[in-house]
Design a protein around this ligand. Sequence first.
Ligand code: NDP
Ligand code: ZN
Length: 350
Amino acid sequence: MYTAIGYAAQSATTPLAPMSFQRRSPRADDVAIEILYCGVCHSDIHQARNEWGIAVYPLMPGHEIVGKVTAVGANVSKHKVGDLVGVGCMVDSCRHCEACAADLEQYCLQGPTMTYATPDRVDGSNTMGGYSDSIVVSEHFVVRIPEKLDLASAAPILCAGITTYSPLKHYGVKAGDKVGILGMGGLGHMGIKFAKALGAEVTLFTRSASKAEEARRQGADHVIVSTDAAQMQSVAGHFNFLLDTIPVPHDLNPYLDTLRFDGVHILVGLIEPVDPALHAAKLVMSRRVLAGSLIGGIAETQEVLDFCAEHGITCDIEMLDIRQINQAYERMIKGDVKYRFVIDMATLKA
Ligand code: NDP
Ligand code: ZN
């Protein structure tokens, strides 16, 4: 064991504050990582404030981790000291169920071990995330950061990137498809870039007319202001796919109307009950599909990093001093960030 430092919430109602705690020494299959950058995901806010009802305190968020390997266990073959690596939302899974065998560790039938606020499978301790100077993770859950990528702007690919890439790939989005992205935050702005790179015609649905110009710069062909009923009506029956990153319950019915028959509305932002109720006829009468998707497996996380390097895709980030983390949460809730805060971990030592 060794002493690590980071920022954690002690309860759902207390701000994040510095904390020192014990990390394990590397096990035989572990990689120890000095964290250089960590992205700030809206899930971090949901969890720090126990909005999903599953938080465990102290809770140290952070699952968009990029850093340098400082030590490896005796059986590690995938990474070596000095390598630049990343860790996303998961740090372990059962590794033998049907999902794990299919490289879909996020759907592990026994439940994956998440990067924070989940019991470690070996010692039962509560996992602590990337708002920290270091982390120790089994090598299977550590990915390689391609040399071409800027380290800080690569961090959000570990969650915002893979979460939007995986469903677009799973549903086979291809050239000519019409894809709508709902919400332009951390996930949404990456969704625009990936859908565009896959050859789709991309439309952003946003509450904020002021984001229109920016969305076009990200690669969107069209922008629909979702609060304008006439604009929503203008795209009735238009889309093959909708990728919904909105982080709160919202009315799905007007969006379903914008899908073609056989169109698919993919939820990634919403894990609460749908409210107001869904009108089933909107699915039944047009054979539409309402789907969900959770991050992506480890192999696919490596694939999306390599895809970003190959296609020159980066996240738009605002560098954050960790001492400003609580103010950053408030700004994210107001939608006031373009489009991902990334903590410069050097500020933790300052
Ligand atoms: P952000 O806060 O960065 O962005 C969310 C965007 O949604 C905003 O920019 C805004 O876009 C829109 N939005 C925000 N509030 C509302 C509202 N009240 N009504 C309508 N639209 C709203 O969040 P992230 O991109 O980091 O995360 C999005 C969601 O995805 C979160 O719930 C997060 O927990 C979840 N998530 C899911 C994962 C998965 O595996 N399924 C993985 C990672 C995150 P605009 O201003 O353009 O309308
Ligand atoms: Zn996330």
